[in-house]
Design a protein around this ligand. Structure first.
Ligand code: HEC
Length: 139
């Protein structure tokens, strides 16, 4: 009897964990696919189809170390642009101007989820909620 109850509880927990995971996966897939369209429309011209950048003119989006270290400021870079900030991308100094992208937090979250999980990056989902919080701290 006891074993039966325990195994039913285990089964229920397994189903619960499984359904939660697949919910997260669905959200991730939705963010990622919408993000890829936004990327093609608004970012690809400068940063390249594969996030490779353009020599000394446009920085690459392939530097996972930079992206991870600056995760909380990425929404600010997109929303408010970036003018002549010296940064180290793929171990080389880079300086240029990124224009202001007038985008809603959800769009920023989608495009960032795409960028930070493409081009060799693997950082998981960046939610609209997270972007909203990060935008409050832009300097
Ligand atoms: C007109 C060209 C242009 C467009 C369009 C553009 N960027 Fe940028 N982006 C730049 C430049 C130039 C910099 C470097 C700015 C600096 O050095 O201060 C930059 C910097 C960045 C950085 C930080 C540095 C790096 O390489 O990781 C990220 C992240 C980024 N852009 C993402 C995006 C995303 C996402 C979009 C689309 C929503 C986008 N950019 C649209 C030109 C552009």
């Amino acid at each position: 009897m006891k074993i039966k109850i325990i195994s039913i509880i285990c089964l229920l927990m397994a189903i619960l964990i499984y359904s939660c995971q697949s919910d997260d996966q669905i959200t991730f897939a939705r963010y990622y696919s919408i993000g890829s369209v936004i990327y093609q429309n608004k970012c690809q011209n400068c940063h390249g189809k594969d996030g490779q950048g353009l020599s000394a003119l446009m920085p690459a989006l392939t530097d996972s170390v930079y992206l991870k270290a600056n995760k909380a400021t990425l929404p600010c870079i997109i929303k408010y642009g970036l003018k002549g900030k010296l940064m180290i991308i793929n171990k080389k100094p880079f300086e240029g101007d990124m224009p202001v992208m007038d985008m809603a937090p959800i769009e920023i979250a989608e495009v960032l989820t795409y960028v930070t999980n493409s081009f060799g990056n693997k950082m998981g989902i960046i939610t609209a909620q997270q972007v909203g919080d990060d935008l409050k701290d832009c300097k």
